[in-house]
Design a protein around this ligand. Sequence first.
Ligand code: ME8
Length: 673
Amino acid sequence: MPEKKEKFYLTTPIYYTNGLPHIGHTYATVVADVIRRYKRMRGYDVVMTTGTDEHGVNVERAAKKAGVPESEFVAKMAEAWRALWDELGIPGDEFIRTTDITHVRTVQWLFKLCRENGYVYKGHYTGQYCIYDNAFVNDAKPGDNCPDCGRPLETVTEENYFFKLSSFQKPLLDFYKKNPDFIQPDTRRNEIISFVEGGLKDLSITRTTIRWGIPVPGEEPHVFYVWFDALTAYLSAVGGPEYEKRGYWPADLHLVGKDIIRFHTVYWPAFLMAAMLPVPKQVWAHGWFLMDAAKMSKSKGNVVLPRPIVNMLGMDALRYFLLRDVVFGQDGNFSYDALVTRYNSDLANGLGNLASRTLTMIEKYFGGIVPAADAAAEIQEGFWGDVKGLAQALAQSDQAVGSSVIWRYEKCNFSNALEAIWTLVALVDANLSSWKPWALAEYPGKRGILAAVLYNAAEALRFIAVLAHPVLPDSTAVLWKQLGQTGRLDDVRIDQLNWGQLKAGTTISRDKSLFPRVDKTEAIERIEAMANEELNPPKAAPAPAPSAPAAGASAAVAVAPTVSDKIGIEDFAKVEMRVGQIKTAERIVGADKLLKLTVDIGTEIRQICAGIAQYYEPESLIGRKVAVVVNLAPRKLRGVESNGMIVAASVGPEGRPVLTAFLEEVEVGARLK
Ligand code: ME8
């Protein structure tokens, strides 16, 4: 493995801006993030690029419909994508927009190189074009529907610049032969090879019928056609024409859905070969997440959104499900039932429970200090050798060892990697149950065995935290701290785990449960209610901007207006605000920012949710008098009914809520005027 930091460059697809991310896009970006984390834990200097594909006729139409210029439309959408990735903890190290000037220059430069090398010519093209997929459909007849999305094709004739793709049949086939790992998985590789063997037609790479695109210099009204434009974004993100300075090109890995594998493994290497630029090392095609056996799409109304799931179960739960439930490369069905079942079985009852029982017993029997196992080493070898052996086999970085989790990550075999880690969870759990530390604790003479049992359980947990970290970054970091480990888990080398590195004498802590168990029916109802709310924002309340982060404080706390239009007193009079007194306050499982309050408003007791959980302890609020908007239409926040709104100042750029207070005694129910 690398002595000096070797560079590793990977990419997600550059997503279209005519919609917002759903679980399918989230999947692709999560996988990229897992690989990024894994590679960093192997000592690589990693850059991951994601971004937005912003040109084309779809955007022209969507912007027109929204009544805004294209540039404004795409700026908002790009921000929404970027904000969601930030919120979910999976931001790109580079976020490239195809409207960025660096990208525009790179596309024009690439075209110039291809042209200078004789691979570009001007011609006319008439074809059947799918405006939804931005692609001509070879062999389609007028009146046909798109074979991919099923929507009607349009006949388009125009003067185009053509790329001589036909010249690259042999070079591509030779390249695939020399680089058998270039296309993964193997089934896709075979598919692409037979496609290329079937012959390649030249490709039109500019349009004159589209306005919203990158201009071909000196050849207006030609603009670049979407694939010549979009694919180049991978190179623009790491320096474009100056890519050598940064040293990340060629990409080590393009992660894409199976829908766009052809563009990445045929067009893209051909463009680069034509320009005499280095070709990426690997393209991995993942499968689709299906809903009721159909690919998700907003028009079919079957999209699953990430945010409601994350609000209910946490991002690690979503990551675990996406990677564990489906073999990478294959399609999988998405269901909330399967998601929550996995959460409860593998995370709450599995890892969460194991961590909690181990730490609790160390606290109870050894005052929270990891005991030394040395004294009982002999015994330990006898009955915990299987745990130690399994842990070491999983952490084996020698590529020849098939059971190694590291090797499975290396092969993008995520489901299998997690399955293997969970065999260790199960084994430790079973050993605890059979050795019954609570029974050993009854006998002072068995203290050595008790120490050995708990030391080994804790050491196994340390292995699990490291091995599962690429997939479960937040919860393993918490576990890492609970095990008394210092330093960042991200900085630990996954391939340098040795049994026994956990030091006896380390102080553990047990501040919170990693994965609280949830009631399945209630959890699904809550997720669905939140998804419904996000897809169909209530009319009474202002719809969240597409870029709005998870409505935390802003959901239930009045925010200072940014627009200073004056209103009449009659408008203000419509808002009925009264003094309320908080009777109870509790946290909501799965909604970090919200508190569920019951508030006496004089005439009745109301349930109100307030986005103040990060700033106020529930207990500190009991009995407190606050200003309440009482005539707001009821709505659900994170699936919990909220009947009114607590008023607070919104302070600082992060919008910290500060509740109102009354300096003199006021009666509950008094109206604020
Ligand atoms: O194709 N299941 O962008 P796009 C799994 N702009 N993955 C899914 C999915 C699903 N149901 N739906 C989408 C484009 N994806 C072009 C790419 S690249 C230079 C240009 C993921 O917004 C999957 O990775 O349609 C797929 O390839 C990608 O989103 C398509 O995103």
